[in-house]
Design a protein around this ligand. Structure first.
Ligand SMILES: Cc1ncc(COP(=O)(O)O)c(C=O)c1O
Length: 431
């Protein structure tokens, strides 16, 4: 127990967890709608709260904890490198940045890498590269997708479709136009000579787990080539193994000009990267872009260890096998539970589209020791670690069935329930 004073000076005895929540409420900017839970530690796909309650973590820090919690190789490398050099600066080389770039080039089929600190920052850097390459010939238009999410900095926010994220901050970066996702005719109508890039999440994550179609990807590639524009793949959520391939775009034969990664890259430490071709790299010279923290030795050594672990432990195979097991279980559930409208996604990036609001099921899952989340009001999203076991998938499916069948439901809001079942107020969902 700790003695804490609130802002009015009153003293009270509180647990460290309660004190931490109180401080957060009193002193943080209110940018997040948070659950009052405090998580303290985890191991593999399991995480514990401050009361010692155990949860099966199928959210993975929103696609970050790809090796789960406290993976021995990650713990070891962080301990070792933290004791050597946490930060050195980009005025000098360090031992890990170059080798990490080499490995990412090999995984992606691209040639050159720039390290940033987050997804949004890497997206902004990619947009800068597109303007750099195209700007000299007057190519400044950016095509982005409806239903997209790319981040919160000005560039990334300007290419994010969600109006409520953008509107309060107008005017945004000019020259952005949105294309209907997977609508080839709309893409063709909007693609013209002044376009410098087209930006596509290979699998839309926040938008509810929607994959780009092969036809749309190939047309975007051919139009970009025809007009001398760049095809940019946002693989921040779906890349680096999540779909069972190193990059989600590797199910197609055509490469992007730029791929952007972040979330799982340094196994929980902040690190993002822009991967691109030699041709784009030829437009870059010292001083045009940079960062203080990006590519530091600790983060890069950890990222290299993450990529090597994915290779050494044959995790792509586990992702494909556990993904297929999870999907088959969810599809079997969908045949028995009519509120499941569709199961979408690939590998360990799955979305369960409901005909009712998802939030009550997220809360009920939490009660029963499952960590999942809901995006776009009605899509439950699963992002378990690449290391998840067959037994953990079975445990998840058992508990998830109880969650779906024993939780009172709330009808989806009008916008997302256009295709939903007839109105059915709040009803006990037991079947
Ligand atoms: C597809 C995609 N792009 C970009 C971002 C922004 O990444 P960050 O939150 O690291 O800035 C996210 C984050 O959720 C994302 O899912």
């Amino acid at each position: 127990m700790r003695r804490t004073k609130n802002k009015k000076g009153a003293t009270r005895r509180t647990s460290p967890a309660d004190a931490a929540v109180r401080d957060a409420v009193d002193f943080l900017l209110p940018t997040y709608k948070r659950s009052p839970l405090v998580f303290t530690h985890g191991r593999g796909a399991v995480v514990f709260d401050a009361q010692g309650k155990k949860y099966l973590d199928f959210l993975g820090g929103i696609a970050v904890n790809a090796l789960g919690h406290a993976h021995p190789r990650i713990v070891k490398i962080i301990r070792r490198e933290a004791a050597r050099a946490i930060h050195l600066s980009n005025l000098f080389h360090n031992l890990h940045q170059g080798p990490l770039a080499r490995k990412l080039a090999a995984w992606s089929g691209l040639d050159r890498v720039f390290f940033a600190n987050s997804g949004t920052e890497a997206i902004d850097g990619a947009l800068k590269l597109a303007r750099l390459v195209g700007g000299a010939s007057g190519k400044t238009r950016i095509l982005a997708m409806e239903n997209s999410f790319h981040g919160r900095t000005f560039g990334a926010m300007s290419v994010t479709h969600t109006e409520k994220y953008r509107a309060p901050f107008a005017p945004l970066v000019p020259g952005v136009e949105f294309v209907r996702f997977n609508d080839v005719a709309d893409l063709e109508a909007k693609f013209d000579a002044p376009v410098c890039c087209v930006l596509i999440e290979t699998v839309q994550g926040e938008g509810g787990i929607h994959a780009v179609s092969e036809e749309f990807w190939n047309r975007a590639r051919s139009l970009a080539t025809q007009h001398g524009a760049l095809l940019i793949a946002d693989e921040i959520q779906c890349g680096l193994g999540r779909t069972g391939r190193y990059f989600a775009y590797q199910k197609f034969s055509a490469l992007p000009d730029i791929a952007v990664v972040a979330k799982p890259l340094a196994a929980g430490l902040p690190l993002g990267a822009i991967l691109t071709t030699q041709k784009v790299a030829d437009a870059v010279s010292p001083g045009l872009h940079g960062t203080t923290f990006g590519g530091g030795p600790l983060a890069c050594a950890t990222a290299l260890e993450f990529l090597r672990t994915v290779e050494d432990s044959r995790l792509l195979e586990n992702i494909r096998e556990r993904g297929a097991q999870l999907r088959a279980g969810l599809e079997a559930l969908a045949r028995k539970v009519p509120i499941i409208r569709e199961v979408r996604g690939e590998g360990l990036m799955l979305g369960i589209e409901l005909s009712v609001e998802g939030a009550p099921f997220v809360a009920a899952a939490l009660d029963r020791g499952l960590l999942i989340n809901c995006t776009h009001d009605t899509t439950l999203r699963l992002l378990p670690p690449y290391t998840v076991s067959a037994a953990q998938v079975r445990e998840f499916l058992r508990t998830f069935k109880a969650v779906l069948t024993q939780t009172p439901r709330v009808n989806a809001p009008a916008e997302s329930s256009a295709k939903a079942e007839p109105a059915r107020a709040i009803t006990a969902a037991a079947r």
